[in-house]
Design a protein around this ligand. Structure first.
Ligand SMILES: [Zn+2]
Length: 88
């Protein structure tokens, strides 16, 4: 038998997101969710210039388009909806 103690836990609430490229705030939609944007978190490993550091960035949709347009090889794009249908 397990007995639990009722506790109030504090969970950090995300209140603002800013694009690291242009500095603009990522707006919330009518449902209260942040407009879609790119979030990257990278834990750098041994022998990299950032060994042991975690870097996190957020990029708005407009800056994502500008950034990826500069890529020599574009991002691989596949359908999210197709994956959902295949996985059931
Ligand atoms: Zn931006």
């Amino acid at each position: 038998m397990r007995v639990f103690l009722d506790q109030t836990t504090v969970r950090p609430e995300l209140t603002d997101v800013s694009c690291n490229v242009c500095g603009r705030d990522v707006d919330k939609n009518v449902s209260g969710y942040f407009e879609d944007h790119l979030t990257i978190s990278k834990s750098w490993g041994y022998h990299s210039p950032y060994d042991g550091e975690i870097h996190a960035i957020d990029v708005c949709v407009d800056c994502y388009a500008d950034w990826t347009a500069q890529f020599e090889i574009p991002p691989k794009v596949s359908s999210y909806f197709h994956l959902q249908m295949c996985e059931g």
